[in-house]
Ligand binder design. Structure first.
Ligand code: GDP
Length: 216
C-alpha cells in the first residue's frame, strides 16, 4: 500500500481524459514565473504525482497530477481501480483546494468527465473545492466553434453552481499560449487564497484526516 503524505499545503489536482492535453498544459504552466516548480517531489503513488510550487524548501502549494482516463481498451478491473483512486482522492483528500479539469475543446465534457465531477460535486457545492474547466487545444477551433464549446460547457456546469461555489471555464491552447496567463493567475490565487473558514469547518465536520490512497 502506498500513501500520499498528509499535508497542510493547498493542493490543486489536474484531471482529464487521456490525450486531453494535461501533461502539455502542466508543463506549460510550470514555465510561468509565478507557478515555477520547486524540484522536490514530496509524494508519489503508483497513480498520483505531487509537485511542489514556489520557492525551494518553502513551497506554498502542491500540484497533484492524477491519472488520465478513458482509453477504450481499458478493462473492467482497471476501470474500477481508476474509480477507486479518483474517488478516494477527490472525496477525501483534506488539503484539496481546487480541481482543474482538462477537456479537449473539440470533444466537450464526456460521460467520464461527468463521473469524475460527481466524485467532487459535493465539495464544489460548498465552496470547499474550487473548479476550473480548461478547454484545451483551442487553437483547433475557429471563433464560432470556440464560443459554442464555451457555451455548451457553461450549460452543463450550471447544475453545479451554488452561491458558495467557485466554478469557471476557460479556453486554452498550449500551442498558441492562449489562456495560459489566465490559468496561471487563477491557480496562483488558489494557491495563496486563505481557505474560507466556513469551507474548512465543513471539511473538518465531514472528514477524518487525510484518507489513505491505496492503489491495488
Ligand atoms: P495528456 O494525455 O492529457 O497528458 O495529453 P498530452 O499533453 O500528452 O497531449 C495529447 C496530444 O495533444 C499531444 O499530441 C499534444 O501534442 C497535443 N496537444 C496538447 N496541447 C495542445 C494544444 O494546445 N494544441 C494542439 N493543437 N495540440 C495539443
Amino acid at each position: 500500500m502506498v500513501h500520499l503524505p498528509p499535508t497542510e499545503l493547498p493542493e490543486i489536482a489536474f484531471v482529464g481524459r487521456s490525450n486531453a492535453g494535461k501533461s502539455t498544459a502542466i508543463n506549460t504552466l510550470a514555465q510561468q514565473k509565478r507557478l515555477a516548480f520547486a524540484s522536490k517531489t514530496p509524494g508519489r503513488t503508483q497513480h498520483i504525482n505531487l509537485f511542489e510550487l514556489g520557492p525551494k524548501d518553502a513551497a506554498d502549494a502542491l500540484f497533484a497530477d492524477l491519472p488520465g482516463y478513458g482509453y477504450a481498451a481499458v478493462n473492467r478491473d482497471a476501470k474500477q481501480r481508476w474509480q477507486k483512486v479518483m474517488a478516494d482522492y477527490l472525496e477525501v483528500r483534506r488539503s484539496l483546494s481546487g480541481v482543474v479539469l482538462m477537456v479537449d475543446s473539440r470533444l466537450g465534457l464526456t460521460d467520464l468527465d461527468q463521473q469524475l465531477l460527481d466524485f467532487v460535486q459535493r465539495r464544489v457545492a460548498t465552496g470547499e473545492v474550487k473548479l476550473l474547466v480548461v478547454l484545451t487545444k483551442a487553437d483547433k477551433l475557429n471563433r464560432k466553434e470556440a464560443d459554442a464549446a464555451l457555451r455548451q460547457t457553461q450549460e452543463r456546469l450550471a447544475a453545479m453552481a451554488t452561491e458558495e461555489s467557485d466554478v469557471s471555464i476557460t479556453l486554452f491552447s498550449a500551442l498558441k499560449k492562449q489562456g495560459v496567463a489566465d490559468v496561471a493567475h487563477i491557480l496562483h490565487q488558489w494557491a495563496h487564497a486563505p481557505r474560507a473558514a466556513a469551507a474548512l469547518e465543513a471539511a473538518d465536520a465531514a472528514q477524518a484526516p487525510d484518507g489513505p490512497l491505496s492503489p491495488a
